[in-house]
Structures are given as C-alpha cells and as structure tokens.
Design a protein around this ligand. Structure first.
Ligand code: FES
Ligand code: FES
Length: 206
C-alpha cells in the first residue's frame, strides 16, 4: 500500500485502517484467493502440510525460533502459547478487535487471522520490541502521560497500531487519527486519551 500520500491512500480511496487490516489479514491467510493462480506442471503435486506438527521457523523481534506446530496454529497462538511472547492479546480471536495487532514486515496485521506457517520468512514485531535500553517508546510514554489505558487489555495492540500509524503519518490530522485507529476497539472507551497520545507523539516528532 503506497504511503506517500496518506489522504489519497486512505481517505480518498475510502479505505480505513480497519479495511486495510481486513484486506491484509485476508490476503495473508488465504493467498490463493487473492494471488495469481498456481499452475502446476504435469505430475506436480500440491504440497500438503499436516494435520500433524511440521517444522516452522518464525522471526520475532529479530530472533529466529524453530518450532514444531500444526499448520492450523495461528501466529497469535504461536506467539503466546509456544514462544511465551504474550504482549499481543487474544480477545475476539476473529479479526475484529485489534488486541492481537503485531507488525509483519512493518504492516499491522491481526495475529489471530494469520497462520504461523504463513508468517515464515517475515519479520514479526510485537509490542515487546518497542522498549529500548529500558526506556519506553515515545508512543508508550504518551499512553502513560494521557492515561490512555484502563483495563489495559486492548493497549498492546493499540500501541503497535499507533506506532505503525505514526510511521506512515508523521503529521496526522484529527480525522487521520480517527480513521487510522478504526481497526482497534477499546471496551473501556479510552479513545480520547489514545488520540491525545498520538497527537503528542506526532508533535514531538517521534
Ligand atoms: S483477537 Fe485478533 S482481532 Fe481480536
Ligand atoms: S483499556 Fe480496557 S479495553 Fe481498552
């Protein structure tokens, strides 16, 4: 998705971040639906994986992990249950709420809607990667400064989504922020604080 002109790419094209995330996760989860048709040579067989465990290599926060997982296992479950990387949260588990948002090759995706086997060869970044030398990332600090969290369950996903949004929109308007956050839900209603956190981080140029 081109990033040069956010207004053109999101507003003018009528694509909100929620739409973008849905497209991303659908594309990631069902590549044969959206990609070019696979043409098999005569006698060539479609590779079949599973249903038992298969070797899967994931790169998460710059580290490589060798796993044995059933092909049906989602990236979210692999992170939480197999790697003990629990920042991304399982809330709806059906690509609705954004609590499981992680970056895959720098794009925000719902980890509950991506299979671990499909995340191989991609750079996965979770909220755990944002702190550096014991210091919060500016967007994390801004969440603290603006009291942008209550129960905190949605917060890691929001933080990752906000960081990605700011990378693509360093000077967002209020409308950009509203649209840019539409892929994440907060049941505690902390939206005002989150919007302020984004505005503060943008003002500081982080
Ligand atoms: S848990 Fe993945 S979108 Fe809600
Ligand atoms: S802070 Fe509770 S769901 Fe967002």
């Amino acid at each position: 998705m081109p990033d040069d002109d956010p207004k053109k790419s999101e507003e003018h094209a009528g694509v909100s971040r929620r739409d973008f995330l849905k497209i991303s996760t659908i594309t990631a989860a069902v590549p044969l639906v959206t990609g070019p048709p696979t043409v098999l040579a005569a006698g060539e067989e479609v590779p079949v994986y599973g249903p038992g465990k298969v070797p899967i290599v994931l790169t998460v926060n710059g580290k490589k992990f060798n796993l044995q997982l059933e092909p049906r296992v989602t990236l979210l479950d692999a992170l939480r249950d197999n790697l003990d990387i629990t920042g991304a949260k399982r809330v709806c588990d059906k690509a609705e709420c954004g609590a499981c948002t992680v970056l895959m090759d720098n794009k925000p995706v719902y980890a509950c809607a991506v299979l671990a086997i499909e995340a191989q060869g991609k750079q996965i970044e979770t909220v755990e990667s944002l702190m550096s030398n014991g210091k919060l990332h500016p967007i994390q600090q801004a969440f603290v400064d603006h009291d942008a969290s209550q129960c905190g369950f949605c917060t890691p996903g929001f933080v990752v989504a906000c960081k990605s949004f700011l990378d693509r929109h360093p000077n967002p308007s209020a409308e950009d922020i509203r649209k840019g956050l539409s892929g994440n839900l907060c049941r505690c209603g902390t939206y005002a604080g989150i919007r302020e956190a984004i505005a503060q981080t943008a003002r500081k140029g982080a």
